[in-house]
Unconditional design. Structure first.
Length: 141
């Protein structure tokens, strides 16, 4: 083996043992404190998520059915989040449930139909029961 080939092999061997340049030269990131673990959800969390989903569905359905009170349902959701969403993960869960309700009915219903009216009535009943159950059993959160 000539000297040039030997040096090339030695250089490759040395490079294989060293970390990649970008990794070796990257400045160390200061360690951020891990976020505090989220407290366990309240016992009424499933009912609250369902209520959020219903509020989203009603915001869409009542608007397309001419009731023109979608803003009131959005305002109800904002109030619920102000009262209940004390952490970012919880806020995301509640907002996600609302958005699922809104988007799923937005996809299914482009105009008001008799079935949409039936769903509105059922959701008004179910939402009323859930709100009453939450406040009656748990004191409103």
């Amino acid at each position: 083996m000539n000297q040039r080939a030997a040096l090339a092999c030695l250089a490759l061997a040395l490079l294989a043992q060293r970390p990649v340049f970008a990794q070796a030269q990257a400045p160390a990131k200061p360690q951020q404190a891990a976020p505090a673990p989220e407290a366990p959800p309240p016992p009424y969390e499933p009912q609250l998520l369902r209520l959020s989903e219903i509020l989203g569905a009603l915001a869409w359905l009542r608007e397309i059915c001419g009731d023109k009170d979608g803003d009131q349902w959005r305002a109800s959701m904002r109030s619920l989040m102000e009262a209940e969403a004390q952490t970012e993960p919880r806020r995301e869960r509640l907002a996600g449930a609302y958005n699922r309700g809104f988007r799923s009915y937005e996809t299914l219903y482009r105009s008001c139909t008799p079935n949409a009216r039936t769903i509105i009535e059922r959701f008004l009943d179910e939402g009323g029961r859930l709100a009453g159950d939450i406040t009656g059993r748990f004191g409103g959160g």
